[in-house]
Ligand binder design. Structure first.
Ligand code: SAM
Ligand code: SF4
Length: 326
């Protein structure tokens, strides 16, 4: 039976966070300071994830995206991808900062990964180093090269633009998409950063990005599924694609088809949920698959109508992006 919430939205997408650890400290995501990580015993084991995903695939989940933290820092993630593939999920992808991708890409493809999203927030080495607080630019570009040379398709590159930091690179990113014939996606900065530095002024809106790119290269809209978060465009005169993801300026909650599983086994029905739902204790207890499916059904039924970022009384969730799994 399909997984549907009380507003009639059918849930078909699952984000699975496999760790809250990361080898980067992007300014819009993590703090520069030392952070505590989830203790190992709190993390779901691979077989626990697998069981839950199998149950969810049986309930209509078609797309699974493995994320984190940085998913490639958790040992065994390739074997996990193979186990997920065996659940019969139709579309299996990963979001990564690509630092470890060049050396792991072949194994991920062999394990059955279908496609990949890579984060790259600057094409300028020094700025990239300031944003990620690492010196890893060459490895990330090598990761993109490896993905493009592999069977992974499509290759999407994600940038979060923050006003005053990398908003001068809109056109450069568009050129990057054209030159490399890849999908360049711009994600609006959301109030999920560990430093709580987000303000509305720092958000570079999808409308601005569209205006700036189309002033230089005419863009043509591409049809998209209702539940897709990105508005998609191609260049009228060449290769490459642009995706605009506007959770702040043009919320797409009305068509949201997504739930999330955190690395410590909490189900979240919205990035901005106030509460999450512990499914780890069910997995570690005596609950049957049917009991777990029933519990998931009642959790999903209560999925929030929307994220409320634009409401006066909005309060960011206590968990930040790195521990939710973006
Ligand atoms: N470490 C991987 C990566 O960076 O691709 C996967 C996890 S990361 C949390 C997933 C996505 O969330 C990335 O595309 C990242 O840019 C995005 N992200 C992180 N913090 C964000 C924020 N405050 N607003 C919008 N997107 C954010
Ligand atoms: Fe790590 Fe990804 Fe967050 Fe950057 S955005 S700190 S790479 S989890």
């Amino acid at each position: 039976m399909a997984l549907t919430d009380k507003f009639g939205r059918q849930i078909t997408d699952l984000r699975v966070s496999v760790t809250d650890r990361c080898n980067f400290r992007c300014v819009y995501c993590r703090s520069a300071n030392h952070e505590n990580h989830m203790p190992a015993g709190q993390l779901l084991e691979w077989e626990e994830y697998e069981r839950l995903v199998r149950i969810l695939v049986g309930m209509g989940i078609r797309k699974v995206r493995v994320t984190g933290g940085e998913p490639l820092v958790r040992p065994g993630v390739e074997e996990f991808i193979a186990r997920l593939k065996a659940t019969g999920v139709a579309d299996l992808s990963m979001t990564t900062n690509a630092f470890l991708l060049a050396e792991r890409c072949d194994r991920l493809v062999a394990a059955g990964l279908d496609r990949i999203n890579i984060s790259l927030d600057s094409l300028d080495r020094q700025k990239f180093e300031r944003i990620t607080r690492t010196r890893t630019f060459d490895q990330v570009i090598a990761g993109i090269d490896a993905a493009q040379a592999s069977r992974l398709r499509p290759v999407k590159v994600n940038a979060v633009l923050v006003r005053g930091i990398n908003d001068d690179e809109v056109e450069a990113f568009a050129e990057f998409a054209r030159e490399r014939d890849l999908i360049m996606r711009f994600i609006e900065y959301m109030p999920l950063d560990a430093d709580r530095a987000w303000t509305r002024d720092l958000v570079v809106t999808a409308a601005e990005i569209h205006r700036r790119i189309s002033a230089r290269w005419p863009l043509l809209p591409i049809a998209h599924e209702r539940s897709e978060t990105a508005r998609k465009f191609r260049f009228s005169d060449g290769r490459g694609e642009i995706g605009l993801i506007a959770p702040v300026s043009q919320p797409f909650c009305g068509h949201c088809a997504r739930i999330r599983l955190t690395a410590d086994g909490k189900l979240r029905t919205c990035l901005f949920s106030k509460d999450d739902h512990d499914v780890r204790f069910l997995l570690r207890g005596v609950a049957s698959d049917e009991n777990i499916a029933d519990e998931i059904r009642s959790i999903v039924a209560e999925k929030e109508k929307g994220h409320r970022i634009n409401e006066r009384d909005f309060v960011p969730p206590s968990r930040t992006m790195v521990s939710i799994g973006g």
